[in-house]
Ligand binder design. Sequence first.
Ligand SMILES: *Cc1c(COP(=O)(O)O)cnc(C)c1O
Length: 458
Amino acid sequence: MRYVSTRGKAPVLNFEGAMLSGLARDGGLYLPETIPAFSGLNDLDGLPYEEVAFRVIRPFTGDSFSDAELRGAIDRAYARIEHTAKAPLRQLAPGHHLLELFHGPTLAFKDFAMQLIAQLFEIALKRSGQRITIVGATSGDTGSAAIEAFKGIDNVDVFIMFPHGRVSEVQRRQMTTPEAANVHALAVTGHFDDCQARLKDLFNDHAFRDGVGLAGVNSINWARVVAQIVYYFTACASLGMRDTDFTVPTGNFGDIFAGSIARAMGLPIRRLIVATNQNDILHRALTTGEYRVGTVEPSISPSMDIQVSSNFERALYLAYGGDTAAIAQLMDELKQGGFTISQGALHALREQYLSGRVSEDETLAMIRTIRAETGEILCPHSAVGVAVARRHVEPGVPMVTLATAHPAKFPDAVEAAIGIRPPLPPHMQTLFDLPERVTRVENDVQALKSLILDRRTQ
Ligand SMILES: *Cc1c(COP(=O)(O)O)cnc(C)c1O
């Protein structure tokens, strides 16, 4: 399978190449040239998660990994998810189900992709003898998932930038307490969008990029999107492989984009619904056609406090029919603050996605409502999803809302809603006793470069 950049000026790569590079050299994002149709949809019910994962992922990896390597990586990755179903469905109300993606080691859905790509990186790097430096930007959950997945993996250093003071204490501690020498947590003065912008600066400096063997594991990494396709399949298999709606709490557009790939592979997904908090650039873009960057308003669902939604570029690329020149032009305009989506592309996007926005008060109210109606405690991100989903539930069509994090990861928001601090699961009880290791850094690309050169263990 061949991977091409959304901006059309980067080399065509195979799966391994696209995975190891993350961002394409022209600043674009890699996508497969064609999306493979899935055969055997009706054979999936009752299979272990790992087996479904193998069947869904296999067509994307081409000759980059043998079947045995891929199966081994999947088995090791998902052994750390503390639920035999891995992504269990739980019923919230008649016709409305929660897809629980928070049973992994860092309690957010990011573990599904990160655990797998750490295993795939290890296989690829062992084979080539190459050493790499992973640099990531996080609004909280990507960073903890990356550090947890890559700690102690040979031939890799991991640097994670997070916005200082803007991640929850559990998120921060998950990044700052692992002891492995190859992982480094960096607290950047600024917002998540600043971290993301500095990450792009590092990647666009080709001398630095080649010098340290820079690799990216942010949600722009195609291998992460691929891993996230799997749970749409297991959810539909559990519901009898009939038309199903999905609502996805969305920030960087990775999880929901995986849903649109699942649909393109033939999964019977009827509507895909984007749920945003008050940082609603995606909702505004889909309703007005204007993709304009505002200022980030910190919220109680911080993993979605994003204005520039990186993976949206992939959706635009498909909506513009693969017109790479048009995408490169839009991304240039974005540097000036935004762009207008063409009528044709907007129409195509609206055929793919509905959207909704949820205020802070509505989020808190939804945590209360679901607690009262079902006894379940939602994390604030999942509550944003459930609130939007409830506006769209239709009789006869199951609705699945992705529950993206465990409530214990965001205890302040949950306590504000229902007066209860949800406890951490047993395997994380020591988190608050462990010493933290973190480096403060200014929102400045030169400062970052010297820090990375200085700290690498290689
Ligand atoms: C990352 C994250 C999101 C947003 O996911 P995207 O793929 O970036 O849209 C939502 N909720 C939680 C808990 C997350 O960690």
